[in-house]
Design a protein around this ligand. Structure first.
Ligand code: OSB
Ligand code: MG
Length: 368
């Protein structure tokens, strides 16, 4: 793809408020920004979404950095790709490390779209002009959850996700349902339950949840099919779907009725789109998951979520959900519950260079 150089930057920014699930409380977010510069001067951007510690998946900022610097960038240099679709195949000689792979692959998609002078959304096959927004309430205090829900509804969000575990579920869900009877509400368990909790999960059927996300183990597909048969509420898989074949097996086994697609978790836009296409054909609705991300990943999510199979609002919120000031210009904004898809080529947002400078804690350039 005629690459001149790749710059890796590690950035760090405090969240406006702590993000708490039963697994972890995030107060500061680090991420890797990948900037690919072509010999023609075009630039593409990707964002590595692994966290500082391996609480959500096994990757971290440091393992992603190591993979990019010592394996993925040298591999791309050694065997250049002609098209971003080829990249995932090249990378398959290295196992897993999906978030590291996606950071670089998504930057190449942005670069390619800019060279073609099309939006990334158009390049992926969409001509939508906006996507519905969704927001996650993740706090360990119920009064705070109620207050945040009220505030987000006032900001125009129409779909709210809360984090649940056996410690809070039968308090949070009934209370929020009572206060917001017609709210499109869903719950994410991040693997807080086991098969023995089946009665607890069944009790949630009463509250008209849009879905329950990832109740069982992060690497399970089989036991989820047992739970799905017992529940009327649709189960959505997040952590369990890291490859195209995981999605195929989960659908085949009836382990879920909905899939959350995260570009980083599945190793890039090519696989994300492939899972979307398969689910669309099978009549399985999908939505785009979030990673408490900065603007570059948010922009890639917006392009992906513009595809027609994304029939459920995802965890795509405005930049101001987490950040005092994002690293893109303009920031992602939610109006009347929708985010408009930018019309400029590629991801359609500029990098806010001044903001980047302020939040960068490390950078390195690799010449091709
Ligand atoms: O399980 O969906 C998840 C954030 C970090 C790690 C895992 C998850 C989440 C979210 C999305 O719930 C939050 C967001 O980006 O708004
Ligand atoms: Mg989740």
């Amino acid at each position: 793809m005629n690459i001149h150089s790749i710059k890796l930057s590690i950035i760090s920014m405090p969240l406006k408020a702590p993000f708490s699930s039963h697994l972890e409380t995030v107060t500061e977010r680090e991420a890797i920004i990948v900037e690919v510069t072509g010999k023609d001067g075009f630039q593409g951007y990707g964002e590595g979404v692994a966290f500082s510690s391996p609480w959500y998946t096994e990757e971290t900022v440091n393992t992603s950095y190591h993979m990019l610097k010592d394996y993925l960038i040298p591999l791309l240099k050694q065997s250049p790709a002609q098209h971003p679709l080829e990249v995932i195949d090249r990378f398959s000689v290295f196992r897993r490390n999906h978030m590291a792979k996606a950071a670089l692959e998504t930057a190449l998609w942005d670069l390619h779209a800019k060279r073609q002078n099309v939006t990334l959304s158009n390049l992926l096959g969409s001509n939508a002009s906006e996507i519905p927004a969704g927001v996650v309430v993740a706090t360990s205090s119920l009064p705070e959850a109620i207050k945040q829900t009220e505030n987000y509804l006032a900001e125009g969000y129409t779909r709210v996700k809360i984090k649940i575990s056996p410690e809070n579920d039968l308090v949070y869900v009934p209370e929020l349902r009572k206060r917001f009877p017609s709210l499109v509400l869903m719950a994410d368990a991040n693997s807080a339950y086991s098969l023995e909790d089946i009665d607890r999960l069944k009790a949630l059927d009463e509250y008209n949840l849009l879905m329950i996300e990832q109740p069982l183990a992060f690497d399970d597909i089989v036991d989820h099919s047992v739970v799905q048969r017992e529940l009327t509420t649709p189960i959505c898989l997040d952590e369990s779907i890291v490859t195209f074949d995981d999605a195929r097996k989960a659908v085949q086994l009836g382990s879920c009725k909905v899939i959350n697609i995260k570009i980083g978790r599945v190793g890039g836009l090519a696989t994300a789109k492939r899972i979307h296409d398969f689910c669309k054909e099978k009549g399985i609705p999908v939505w785009c998951g979030g990673m408490i991300e900065f603007g570059i990943s948010r922009a890639h999510n917006i392009a992906l979520a513009s595809l027609p199979g994304f029939t459920i609002p995802g965890d795509i919120s405005g930049s101001n959900r987490y950040w005092d000031e994002d690293i893109i210009d303009p920031e992602v904004k939610v109006k009347n519950g929708y985010i408009s898809i930018p019309k400029e080529s590629g991801i359609g947002f500029q990098i806010n260079k001044e903001r980047m400078k302020k939040v960068t804690i490390h950078e390195e350039i690799f010449l091709f």
